[in-house]
Design a protein around this ligand. Structure first.
Ligand SMILES: [Cu+2]
Length: 221
């Protein structure tokens, strides 16, 4: 994802340099000069080779962007179905419910809208999803009401949570322990901004312990 993003910026910047260079060049060399009786420089309208160039170059540029985006996207959204940990993510107005399934055990956490006055950058608010580090995780996204969007910026992945649509994705890049902030990324109503949550990545042993306690408690809220 990072390569695609960087590559797009490099291509966009190269385009900017060429376009801006051409603008500066025309301004400098084709400006109206003093003591010139020529009102207009020679015009190139209806010049077939130039018109074709104008059409083909942007087409090629779009095709290149499309190719790399489609290639990477197909790879990124592939779901093998073999992930040992599966999470059902329900986004609702206005919080989240996470139901985690692993080794035949189930754990559920759900939140109420976050009190934004108590929000801080070091103490994440909202429900916390606990996951093992270094393991492939499958996320299934469900919404009972309107369109939300599941987004953990640190995971470089975001997907819409749409009523009636069963979006799924897998992440196998969760390789650092810690707490990662997440939020709803689709304006979904008056308390959209309160749809905060966090994901805590812990070592496998700690995760096993967590699942045992949670499932014994009958999926504590
Ligand atoms: Cu939302």
């Amino acid at each position: 994802m990072l390569d695609l993003w960087l590559g797009s910026w490099v291509a966009a910047f190269a385009t900017f340099v060429v376009v801006f260079g051409l603008i500066v060049w025309s301004v400098l060399f084709h400006r109206r000069r003093k003591n010139s009786d020529q009102q207009l420089p020679p015009q190139v309208r209806y010049n077939l080779p130039i018109e074709m160039l104008y059409t083909l170059v942007p087409l090629v540029m779009v095709a290149v962007f499309f190719y790399f985006t489609a290639r990477d996207e197909a790879e990124i959204i592939k779901v093998s179905g073999t992930a040992p940990v599966k999470v059902k993510v329900e986004g609702y107005q206005w919080s989240w419910r996470f139901t985690t399934e692993a080794q035949g055990k189930t754990a559920t956490v759900a939140g109420v809208p976050v009190d934004l006055s108590k929000q801080s950058t070091t103490n994440p608010q909202g429900p916390q999803l606990v996951l093992p580090v270094g393991t492939k995780v499958e996320f299934a996204l469900e919404s009972p009401d309107v369109i939300h969007s599941f987004w953990v910026p640190a995971f470089l992945f975001k997907q819409d949570v749409i009523p009636g649509v069963h979006n799924k994705f897998e992440l196998d890049t969760l390789d650092k322990t810690g707490v990662f902030f997440g939020r709803c990324a689709e304006l979904c109503g008056v308390d959209h901004s309160k749809m905060l949550f966090s994901v805590k990545l812990v070592p496998q042993a700690e995760f096993d312990q967590y699942m045992t306690t949670q499932s014994a408690a009958g999926g504590a809220q």
